[in-house]
Design a protein around this ligand. Structure first.
Ligand code: GLY
Length: 448
């Protein structure tokens, strides 16, 4: 077995992708043709294991990841999930001389410490913030909520794997339940802080902008919209995201260029503030915004690609991802080109998800038929065993298609979903004209 270290006479880079989900599979897929690819993953992703040399291990054990990277002579490490960033994986890799697409522990506080993030907006007078307060005791929470006559969102200050945020009107009936949940957050030190952050609940349409950052320059990607509710028609539990779409031109049918630019300006101001307050921010910045009657407001930042939103934008990249990675680590990020197409991603999940009754069951994925349609498969929480692919209790795989319009991409993605068989479910409405128009009408009502 002889490894190819050269492509057309050029020395190729060794790139390590850290993480195990569909987001990391999409990152690895974007790199695979141009680099010698390595992956460090807690579970063996059936897609990534086919295209990379890999090690199975806990991504949160940052010293072990750094040891592996040093042993393999990795040039650049691309960190997929937030948890290792919060544990200082980049600081550890950098100590070993490895450059990273990912932020240092102190810069990652933009995601891992929501009170740091909100204070940054205050101190640097960044547009797009909202009414919020941080509390460390239930009496003050009660007093505040008795006087605040609007619905709120209750958030743990630190990381909770996407499971800590509760919204009045969705997970919580009213502000009385918000008080009870706030006490739980403080008493159980959820997310590692004996604090809770309470924010006004914004009304509007949510959208995502992801951006490449090199510490100074920020290059935004096409906007996308995720669908957090488990079931069609936006009902059921709030999940990590059941599917997402992006549109031709990089905007969304309800998002104007002016509001996209405002959101990007908020992100640019944020990385300038992080560089002053912490360290230069290198990696991916994910901005989750609410488009309100008062323009875009920042709901939260993630220090990583979105999942599923990474699957919308990465397959549309025209500039090789390895070149973007090099520019990020070298600090000379410039133009990044995307195909001018729409995309639709649909997550296939176990029936009854987020319940886990079908965990362990076998599914069939006809990758060849899916690829023949021009769609892509990105594996998430599944395990590859000798007899095939087994479900875990979580999102199983993302199916992504692109096209000249959202409708065209949706039809291909929907057709491709038929080639996944088993006790699985997906939201057929993601990317359909009916649902997209509902968003547009909702936004029109808000703006009028
Ligand atoms: N799509 C939500 C997230 O990536 O956090």
């Amino acid at each position: 077995f002889i490894k190819i270290y050269f492509i057309q006479g050029e020395l190729i880079m060794k790139v390590l992708v850290v993480g195990t989900g569909a987001r990391e599979h999409a990152i690895a897929d974007g790199l695979k043709d141009d680099v010698e690819l390595y992956c460090y993953m807690s579970k063996v992703n059936p897609g990534m294991s086919k295209i990379a040399e890999f090690k199975q291990g806990d991504e949160g054990e940052v010293e072990k990841v750094a040891e592996y990277a040093a042993e393999k002579g990795i040039d650049i490490a691309f960190i997929g999930p937030e948890a290792p960033l919060g544990k200082g994986i980049v600081d550890e890799l950098q100590k070993n001389g490895i450059k990273c697409v990912g932020s240092t522990q102190s810069a990652a506080r933009i995601e891992t410490d929501k009170s740091f993030m909100r204070k940054l907006f205050e101190d640097y007078e960044i547009e797009g913030s909202l009414i919020y307060k941080v509390f460390d005791n239930s009496e003050d929470v009660s007093k505040f909520l008795d006087e605040f006559d609007r619905d709120v969102v209750v958030k743990p200050v630190g990381l909770t794997g996407g499971k800590g945020v509760k919204i009045v009107g969705d997970h919580l009936k009213d502000n009385e339940e918000a008080k009870e949940y706030s006490c739980e957050v403080i008493d159980n030190v959820m997310g590692g802080f004996a604090q809770v952050i309470i924010e006004e609940r914004l009304i509007g349409e949510e959208f995502t902008i992801q951006a490449f950052c090199d510490g100074k320059h920020l290059v935004p990607m096409p906007a996308a919209q995720d669908h957090p509710h488990a079931f069609e028609g936006d009902v059921g539990a709030i999940t990590g995201g059941m599917g997402s779409y992006s549109d031709v031109g990089g905007l969304l049918p309800f998002l104007s260029q002016k509001n996209y630019d405002k959101a990007v300006k908020i992100m640019q101001d944020t990385i300038e503030a992080i560089a002053k307050e912490a360290e230069p921010y290198k990696g991916i910045l994910y901005g989750q915004f609410m488009l309100t009657s008062d323009g875009p407001k920042l709901i939260e930042y993630n220090a990583r690609f979105g999942d599923p939103e990474a699957m919308n934008v990465l397959p549309l990249l025209k500039t090789p991802l390895v070149d973007v990675c090099k520019s990020i680590v070298d600090g000379n990020l410039d133009t990044v080109e995307f195909e001018n197409k729409a995309s639709v991603c649909k997550y296939i999940v176990p029936d009854g998800y987020p319940e886990t009754e079908y965990a362990g069951e076998l599914i069939e994925v006809d990758e060849v038929a899916i690829e023949k349609l021009g769609a892509k498969v990105f594996y998430a929480a599944v395990s590859a065993e000798d007899d095939g692919i087994h479900l875990s209790g979580s999102r199983a795989l993302g199916i992504v298609a692109s096209g000249e319009s959202i409708g065209e991409a949706e039809k291909v993605a929907e057709k491709a979903c038929e080639f996944v068989k088993g006790n699985v479910y997906h939201r057929r409405d993601v990317g359909t004209a009916e649902l997209v128009n509902k968003r547009v009408e909702h936004m029109k009502e808000i703006l009028n």
